[in-house]
Design a binder for this molecule. Sequence first.
Ligand SMILES: [Zn+2]
Length: 61
Amino acid sequence: MPPNHPSAPAGPESHRTTTTERGSFCYAHCTCGWRGPSRRSRDKARTDASTHPPTTPDHRP
Ligand SMILES: [Zn+2]
């Protein structure tokens, strides 16, 4: 393994969304720290996840 990584793990492309179930609720989660609202169906949570990645520049400083 090289000591220096040319690409940092955190970046504008590092948006990996997953869905997490909690009780009877489900919500989307992203590696950038974003979290979607609690949904009653996983389908809705997945929709939240699919709408999250940089279609809107809300991650800009
Ligand atoms: Zn994200």
